[in-house]
Design a protein around this ligand. Structure first.
Ligand code: NDP
Length: 227
């Protein structure tokens, strides 16, 4: 059985490394989703094999959900959803721009919610699914919600979605959050401590969990961390 994974934000950074790792020895067909069709197609070409690109802009969650449903039909089921794409507009409580705040919630939280809603019922019917929400330590209450306010609120809400989804869905569909660490990408900057390849390890592990693997957890370096 060919397994199929949809990875958002697959055109660069951590998402690209997740897509590369899944489409390698793991033998999974990757649907590389990116905001722009040309970027998505370029990744699919680079990955080769049966990888395909899909244009999916999370600023438009309803359209993104429709795209995901069509992909699910086209490939006879998407088994793995990696909600990786994210943005981090600057600003604290007193100076964050309201529109930025809305955009951040749309891309980082509402978009993932729309994709879960589009794909989880089908995963449940097929009796198998893995959903990985790429979150952040800045979305952890236990780590005191650092970073720009829109970002930390959006990642805390994404974590809440993980807990709700894991509780509501059939246990055959495993839903987990991951903090990739501080990573050398456009978002993390050149001073960050981890490479995108290292950062992809835990998301890929969660995406390919065995049937007795965890659900409803938050992980960093394959270890559970507090919410
Ligand atoms: P990058 O900024 O390198 O990549 C972000 C990705 O998200 C890009 O592919 C970008 O596409 C995509 N994206 C942005 N807006 C949209 C949109 N509207 N629709 C679809 N895709 C969109 O970030 P990272 O690779 O570092 O981040 C990946 C994930 O890891 C994010 O969720 C981030 O919050 C999380 N994370 C990163 C950390 C770090 O230190 N780097 C730390 C903790 C968490 P495009 O190229 O078109 O803009």
């Amino acid at each position: 059985m060919i397994r199929t994974a949809l990875v958002t934000g697959a055109n660069r950074g951590i998402g690209l490394e997740i897509a590369r790792a899944l489409s390698g020895p793991a033998g999974i067909r990757v649907v590389a989703a990116a905001r722009r069709a040309a970027d998505a197609d370029a990744v699919a070409t680079e990955l080769g094999g049966d990888a395909v690109g899909a244009a999916l802009d999370l600023l438009h969650p309803f359209e993104a959900a429709r795209v995901a449903e069509r992909l699910d039909e086209r490939f006879g089921g998407i088994d793995i959803l990696v909600n990786n794409a994210g943005i981090m507009p600057a600003g604290g409580i007193l100076d964050a721009d309201l529109e930025d705040f809305q955009r951040c919630l749309a891309v980082n939280t509402v978009g993932p919610f729309a994709l879960i809603r589009a794909l989880a019922p089908r995963m449940q019917r097929r009796g198998r699914g893995r959903i990985v929400n790429v979150s952040s330590g800045w979305g952890s209450f236990a780590e005191r919600l650092g970073g720009p306010v829109a970002y930390s609120a959006s990642k805390a809400a994404l974590n809440a979605l993980t807990v709700s989804a894991a509780a509501e869905l059939d246990p055959a569909v495993k839903v987990n959050s991951v903090c990739p660490g501080w990573v050398r990408t456009r978002m993390g900057g050149p001073q960050a401590t981890r490479s995108p390849e290292e950062a992809a390890d835990t998301p890929v592990w969660l995406a390919t969990l065995a049937d007795d693997g965890p659900t409803g957890g938050f992980f960093r370096r394959r270890q559970p961390i507090p919410w």
